[in-house]
Design a protein around this ligand. Structure first.
Ligand code: BGC
Ligand code: CA
Length: 341
């Protein structure tokens, strides 16, 4: 806290301009706050809205103003919004791309004004970040989250013979996957399945559906799966909590009792996800550390506006920073629910 105050004071000093009133000798301080323009793909995304809440708070704590624009799923809208943020004079941009493979227009516009960009959560490919040194990415390693989800599921399957409901020695499972082309979707699916297999668990995939990170879509897809396999699904592996919760909604709405439901696994540790773990509805989740991601972004933004070197930041890959995931289970879920910043 103390360190933060000192940093804020330094920032104020660094960016304040001294204006002289015409007839007095006394100088008057006018403080010009630095502004951060944030562009996001869709604010209705559960994980993202929590991450944005943290980012706003962290930037404001560092005495910077924040303007957030929501592209509601359109890259074209996002390009226009970034142009507006630049025209309004933002000092740094934080961009959560709609289409992570298509950042060129945004990079060109920002570069023209020499405004650096921190991309987050939706990872641009290396060729695109190479276009300019004023580009960064802050996120998390998709593979790690899938591996952790697989380890959690393997452990719970091994410790509880009843998960193999029909006792055939195999785990019949369904996958609910996020948006196609999102780095976290395919990689999480692959790594969770590989981790389970490598733990010696025999698997039988009954269904694989894309539900675009979305709770209502997941409920819909799960309804179809249940229609086909009313009692056969033993485990549901969802690429995020929202979809795991949507799958639970589907079983509940069809009148299934908890004892008749499969085990559900999510990723993110959103407030709703963590509460579902606490209540025993979600077997476990993998914490996608929004607090640390937001804080690191705010630190990097702050270093950029002060003109400091960014060398103190640990880049795992050139211009890319990844923060670790953590396993969240009924045993430690309170640590995440009441996480101190
Ligand atoms: C999260 C998802 C979220 C997506 C949005 C992922 O990292 O796990 O919950 O919908 O990012 O880009
Ligand atoms: Ca079985």
């Amino acid at each position: 806290m103390k360190k933060r105050k000192i940093l804020i004071l330094t920032a104020l000093y660094g960016v304040s301009v001294t204006a002289f009133l015409a007839c007095t000798a006394k100088p008057q301080e006018i403080v010009v706050q630095k502004s951060v323009g944030v562009a996001c793909y869709n604010k209705s995304d559960a994980f993202l809205s929590e991450l944005l809440g943290c980012l706003k708070e962290d930037c404001e704590e560092r005495d910077m103003t924040v303007t957030i624009r929501d592209a509601v799923g359109s890259q074209r809208t996002q390009n226009d919004q970034v142009q507006e943020l630049l025209d309004e004079g933002c000092d740094v941009l934080c961009v959560n791309l709609v289409d992570r493979t298509d950042p060129s227009v945004i990079i060109d516009m920002a570069r023209e004004k020499d405004v650096q960009i921190i991309f987050f959560n939706r990872e641009p490919v290396a060729e695109d970040l190479k276009q300019w040194t004023g580009l960064y990415y802050i996120g998390a390693d998709a593979e790690q989250s899938g591996v952790m989800q697989g380890e959690l599921a393997a452990q719970m399957i091994e410790n509880n013979a009843a998960v193999d409901r029909n006792g055939d020695g195999k785990i019949q499972y369904a996958i609910l996957e996020g948006e196609p082309n999102h780095q976290d979707a395919i990689i999480r699916t692959e790594s969770v399945v590989n981790t389970l297999k490598n733990s010696g668990i025999e698997l039988e995939r009954l269904s694989y559906q894309i539900a675009n990170w979305n709770r209502a879509q997941a409920q819909n897809r799960m309804n179809q799966i249940i229609g086909q396999y009313p009692t056969e699904i033993e485990v549901v592996l969802a690429n995020n909590d929202a979809m795991a919760l949507g799958a639970i909604d589907a079983y509940k709405e069809l009148g299934y009792e908890k004892s008749q439901m499969p085990l559900f696994f999510g990723i993110d540790g959103t407030v709703e996800g963590l509460n579902a773990v606490k209540e025993g509805e979600l077997a476990a989740t993998v914490y996608n550390d929004k607090e640390s991601q937001a804080e690191l972004m705010a630190d990097l933004v702050y270093a950029i506006v002060k003109g400091d070197s960014v060398e103190e930041f640990t880049f795992e890959r050139k211009q890319y920073i990844y923060l670790p995931y953590q396993k969240a289970t009924p045993e430690n879920v309170n640590d995440f629910l009441f996480k101190e910043k």
